[in-house]
Design a protein around this ligand. Structure first.
Ligand SMILES: *[C@@H]1O[C@H](CO)[C@@H](O)[C@H](O)[C@H]1NC(C)=O
Ligand SMILES: *[C@@H]1O[C@H](CO)[C@@H](O)[C@H](O)[C@H]1NC(C)=O
Ligand SMILES: *[C@@H]1O[C@H](CO)[C@@H](O)[C@H](O)[C@H]1NC(C)=O
Length: 304
């Protein structure tokens, strides 16, 4: 039930998300002082930014996914492109290949470790028996760590395979992007926890997130772009399964959104702490919640 998370919603508005998410966020001062030039992107997350990881490893999206833009299912649980695609495009970089994809990948300008249905914490039930991806954030970190050393080994061997790998200096110059946490909340809601019990798991979830950021920093990452979580209470999989949930003026499940906002509040605290703990990092906290909520609350304004 948790999988796939309702990509249908971000399909319809995805280009707008990208524009808003980039245009409305005031960057961290560390970004403001110099031009943002990133030769590569390394992404971590769930279906909000999966460009083919789950498709390559466990479950591939079927039509009508992809029909409008790619004209075929393109590894995304979305019809059109994802925010991460627009971020790559805005830097003049190719769309990210999924790390897990063994066919036709090119990692010269980054890699995508996100898989749909991923969580930050160890999932309690995994596909195919349960609803979650086995590639939760700790695993995505491990994959990245191994990717970093193995790609350099391959580059040093030269030839055509070297041209498919990122240059060594790209790892500290790259933008590291994150969009994960939505499924940790979903796991609680569908795991028969009360909303208060799910709320109580939030500090542990954001701490696990923080630990991964530190580990990735320790591998040389310096520029971080962290999406907060969206209004989960506006998503059909919540609305269709929790029929008695109190609705707000726009038909979203209020308490579920309150928990997403509490998650974001704690995430922001963690980011503030990370800026102190990781002095060489530039960390941008991106308020995706507000962007998505404005789409749900004013769809006509955005061309619905
Ligand atoms: C991989 O992508 C880069 C950048 O788009 C390109 O320059 C390179 O030729 C590609 N490598 C192969 C083997 O296609
Ligand atoms: C939640 O409760 C329902 C009804 O009691 C049960 O059918 C379902 O298996 C439970 N789900 C989990 C994940 O425990
Ligand atoms: C979640 O927990 C925080 C901290 O205890 C509390 O302030 C907030 O009201 C809780 N939210 C819900 C919806 O229970």
């Amino acid at each position: 039930m948790e999988f796939p998370n309702p990509a249908k919603l971000h399909n319809q508005h995805v280009s707008l998300f990208a524009i808003l998410s980039i245009a409305t966020i005031v960057p961290n001062p560390a970004f403001a002082t110099k031009e943002c030039v990133f030769p590569a992107i390394f992404n971590f997350g769930d279906s909000n930014s999966d460009t083919g990881g789950l498709a390559a490893s466990l479950i591939a999206p079927t039509p009508p996914y992809g029909e409008t833009y790619f004209h075929r299912p393109a590894g995304r649980f979305s019809d059109g492109r994802l925010v991460i695609d627009f971020i790559a495009k805005s830097f003049g970089l190719p769309y990210l290949s999924a790390y897990l994809d063994s066919l036709g990948t090119n990692f010269s300008h980054g890699a995508n470790f996100a898989t749909s249905a991923s969580t930050i914490r160890l999932p309690t039930s995994i596909i195919p028996q349960g609803g979650f991806s086995p590639f939760y954030l700790d695993i995505q970190y491990t994959q990245f760590r191994d990717f970093k050393s193995r790609t350099q080994f391959i580059r040093h061997q030269g030839g055509v395979f070297a041209s498919l790998m990122p240059k060594e200096e790209y790892f500290d110059k790259a933008l590291y992007t994150f969009d994960i946490g939505q499924n940790d909340l979903g796991a609680g809601f569908f795991g028969n926890l009360t909303v208060q019990q799910v709320n109580a798991t939030v500090p542990d979830i954001v701490n696990a997130f923080s630990k991964n950021i530190k580990d990735i920093y320790d591998l040389g990452a310096r520029s971080f772009w962290i999406h907060n979580t969206g209004p989960i209470g506006c998503l059909p999989y919540i609305l269709a399964n929790f029929l008695s949930a109190e609705r707000d003026a726009y038909g979203c499940a209020k308490t579920y959104n309150d928990i997403a906002q509490y998650f974001n509040h704690k995430l922001k605290e963690v980011v503030v702490q990370l800026r102190k703990d990781l002095p060489l990092a530039a960390i941008t906290y991106v308020d995706i919640y507000s962007v998505k909520y404005s789409l749900f609350s004013h769809p006509k304004k955005y061309g619905e």
